[in-house]
Design a protein around this ligand. Structure first.
Ligand code: NAD
Length: 243
C-alpha cells in the first residue's frame, strides 16, 4: 500500500538531485507534491511528467514573498500542506582566506535563512490541523567540518531544526534534519570539486557514493506517519562515513 496517500508535500530544490528523487518517491507513494525551485525548465518538465500529482512553482527560497506564493499555490491546488522538505542548497568550494563576503552571505541566505523562512511560512498550516512533518536537509558537514560557509550553514540547519522542533512538538508538528554523505547529484558531479569528491569516496566505509534515491527513502520515512515519535533528531545517510 502507498505510504503517503492523501498527503501534500512541498519540496524545495525539487528540480534536481536529492529533491527530484524525493519528489518522484513521494508521488510514487501517493502524495501530491509542490515542486519549488529556481530552475524553471527542469521544474516545469518534472511537473508535466508527473501530471495531476505535482505542480511547479518558480521560487527563490531566500525571498519571503516567494514563500507566500508557494503557500498560496499549494493551498489552491491541493488544499493543505502536510510535509515540508527544505532541501534547496548550494555548495561553494572556498577557504576562509579566499571566500568573499558576498559569497559568504549568499551561501548563508540560500542554505540557512531559506529554512527559517520556509518553516515560518508553512508551519502555521500544520499547526492549525495539529499535524505535520518538516524535514530540513543538512549534511554530514552539519556534524563534522568541511568547507567554510557550507559547514556553517549546515550546522545552523541542524540547530534550527532542534529549536523549531521543541517549539512545534506540543502542536503536533515534527521537525527533523537529514545528514547525507556523498551523493551522486549535479551538485557533486558537475561542480569544481568533482575529483576531490571522488577521492574522498575512498574514506567511505561502503566505498561508494549514494544514489539520490537512497536519500529519498529516508525522506519518505520522515514524511510518513511511520516516524511519528521522532522529532528534533538527526538522520544520517552516509555509508558509515561519520561514525
Ligand atoms: P542539486 O544541485 O542537484 O539540486 C539543488 C537544487 O536546488 C537545484 O535544482 C537548484 O536549482 C535549487 N536551488 C538552488 N538555489 C535555490 C534557490 N535560491 N531557490 C530555489 N531553489 C534553489 O543538489 P543536491 O546534491 O540534490 O543537494 C540538495 C541538498 O542536499 C542541498 O541542500 C545540499 O547541500 C544537500 N546535500 C547534498 C549532498 C551531496 O553529496 N549531493 C550531501 C549532503 C547534503
Amino acid at each position: 500500500s502507498e505510504r503517503l496517500t492523501d498527503k501534500v508535500a512541498v519540496v524545495t530544490g525539487g528540480a534536481s538531485g536529492i529533491g527530484e528523487a524525493t519528489v518522484r518517491k513521494f508521488v510514487a507513494e501517493g502524495a501530491k507534491v509542490v515542486i519549488g525551485d529556481l530552475n524553471k525548465e527542469r521544474g516545469q518538465a518534472l511537473a508535466e511528467e508527473l501530471g495531476d500529482a505535482a505542480i511547479f512553482v518558480a521560487i527563490d527560497v531566500t525571498k519571503a514573498s516567494d514563500w507566500e506564493e508557494v503557500k498560496k499555490q499549494a493551498l489552491e491546488a491541493f488544499g493543505t500542506v502536510d510535509v515540508l522538505v527544505n532541501n534547496a542548497g548550494i555548495s561553494v568550494a572556498q577557504s576562509l582566506l579566499t571566500m568573499t563576503e558576498e559569497q559568504y552571505r549568499k551561501i548563508l541566505e540560500i542554505n540557512q535563512v531559506s529554512v527559517f523562512l520556509g518553516m515560518q511560512k508553512i508551519a502555521p498550516i500544520m499547526i492549525e490541523k495539529g499535524a505535520g512533518s518538516i524535514i530540513n536537509t543538512s549534511s554530514i558537514n552539519g556534524l563534522k567540518a568541511g568547507a567554510i560557509g557550507y559547514t556553517d550553514s549546515k550546522f545552523a540547519v541542524r540547530g534550527m531544526t532542534k529549536a523549531a522542533s521543541a517549539e512545534l512538538a506540543p502542536q503536533g508538528v515534527r521537525v527533523n534534519s537529514i545528514h547525507p554523505g556523498i551523493i551522486e547529484t549535479p551538485m557533486t558531479m558537475e561542480g569544481d570539486a568533482v575529483e576531490q569528491i571522488k577521492a574522498y569516496t575512498n574514506f567511505v566505509p561502503m566505498r561508494r557514493m549514494a544514489q539520490a534515491e537512497e536519500v529519498a527513502n529516508l525522506m519518505l520515512y520522515l514524511a510518513s506517519d511511520e516516524s511519528s515519535y521522532s522529532t528534533g533528531s538527526e538522520f544520517i545517510v552516509d555509508g558509515g562515513l561519520t561514525q
